[in-house]
Design a protein around this ligand. Sequence first.
Ligand code: HAM
Length: 414
Amino acid sequence: MSKKYRSIRGTADFDSHQAYAFNRVVEIARQSFKNYSFDEIILPFLEEEGLFVRGVGQNSDIAEKQLFRIQDKDGVVLRPEGTAQVVRYFLENSLFNHGDFFKFSYIGAMFRGERPQKGRLRQFHHLGAEAIGSDNPALDAQIIILALDILDAVGVKEKELLINTLGCDKDKEIFSKELVKKLDSKKNNLCEDCKRRLGKNPLRVIDCKNKECKKTVTSLNIGEGRLCSNCQTHFDEVLGVLDMLKIKYTHAPYLVRGLDYYTNTVFEITSSALGSQDAIGAGGRYNNLIKNLGGPDIPAIGFALGIERILIALGESGEKERLKAYVAVADNSLRGDALKMVNELRGEGISCDTDYCLKSLKGQLRAAVKRRARFVVIFGEEEHKKGCVLLKDMDKSIQSEIKTKDLINEVKNA
Ligand code: HAM
C-alpha cells in the first residue's frame, strides 16, 4: 500500500475560509502599518543560526531548543522571529548611514520547534513592526498603541495590555543577582528548567509558566525600586503617555519575556479568548541589540502579533469571499456565449465563474449558491434571441430580463 502523507506536526493548512480570514487580518494590519508610516520589508526564511543565538540569547528557549536547522547546510536555520533579522538587514545595508530613524513592518512565517498545542505551532505567522533610532518614551507608547489599533481594527475585543520595564543592562544585571540570592534557599521549589536557568539566565525564572515556580517567584515581592533613575523616568514617561491617551494597561512586574535582547519597556497583549497560550502579541525595547550584533549604539523598539492567535481570538469560522456573478446556461449551445461574457466580466474586474462540468441548470444554480454568488446570469435560448439575459439578484430574490449589453453596468453598479 502506498504511504499516506500527512502534514508536519505543528503546521496548519488554511482552507479557503481560513485563508480569507487570514488575508483579511493581513490587509487590515498592512493598512494600519501604512497609517503609522511603517515601511514594509520582506526578508528571507533562512538565516544564519548565529544571528539568533547572539540576538535572541544563547540561553533562551528559542536558541537552546527551538531552532529548525537545515540539514546539510551548515549553520542555516529557519527564522524563529523577525527582530534579530530586521537588525541584520539594517546592519548589512548600513542603513544607519542613510538616516537616523527607521520604521519597518513585516508579515510572514516564523518557525519554532515547540511542543505543538492549541495556539502553539511550529510554523506560524507574525505581523511585526520595528522602529529603529529613538529612545523617546512617546515612541514606546506609539508602538504599543499601533499593536492595539491593529487588534481593534481586526475585531479582537477582549484583550489586556500588560506592561513592565526591565531597565538597562546594568539594572538587569543587578536584578538577576538579587534574584539568584533570593531564590537560593527556595531552589527546591523550582522546576528542573528553572534550576538550570538560575545559573545561566535568572530572569527567565520569572517568566516560567510552571505553577510552583510562579508561586515561588511571587512570594519574593520583587519589582519595586530596582531601576536606575534614567530607566525609572523612562518608564514613568511611557506610562504617562499611555495615561494621557487613555490607554488601559496593567503594570505586570513579573513580565520579563523569553528573549534576552529586551531592555526597559516590555509588553504583552493577552486575550482571555485564547486559553493557556494567551499572548496574542508582544514586544519591547531592545536598545543594545544593534550594538551587540556589531553595529552602532542605536536604540530600537518593536512588537509582533501572532496571526494564528488573532484568528483563534476572533473565533473565525471565516466567511469565504463572495463571488459577484455566476454565469449559467439553460442550453448547452450557449456555452460559448457564456464564456465570452465571463471573460468580459472578469476584464471589468468583476469576480465571476461558470460551469465546466456540463451541469444541468439546477446544478449550476446550486454551484452559484455554494459560491455565495451575488448574481446569477442565465443564458436562455428565448432571451438570447432578443439580445437579453436573465439576471437573478440572489440577495433580493429578484429575477429580471435585461439587455446583454447592459449587464456589466448593472452588475458593476449593484
Ligand atoms: P514573541 O513573544 O516570541 O516575540 O512572539 C510574538 C507573538 O507571536 C506571540 O505573542 C504569539 O502571539 C505569537 N507566537 C509566538 N510563538 C508562537 C507559536 N509557536 N505559535 C503560534 N504563535 C506564536 C517575538 O517574536 C519578538 N520578535 C517580538 C518583538 C518585535 N519584540 C520586539 N520587536
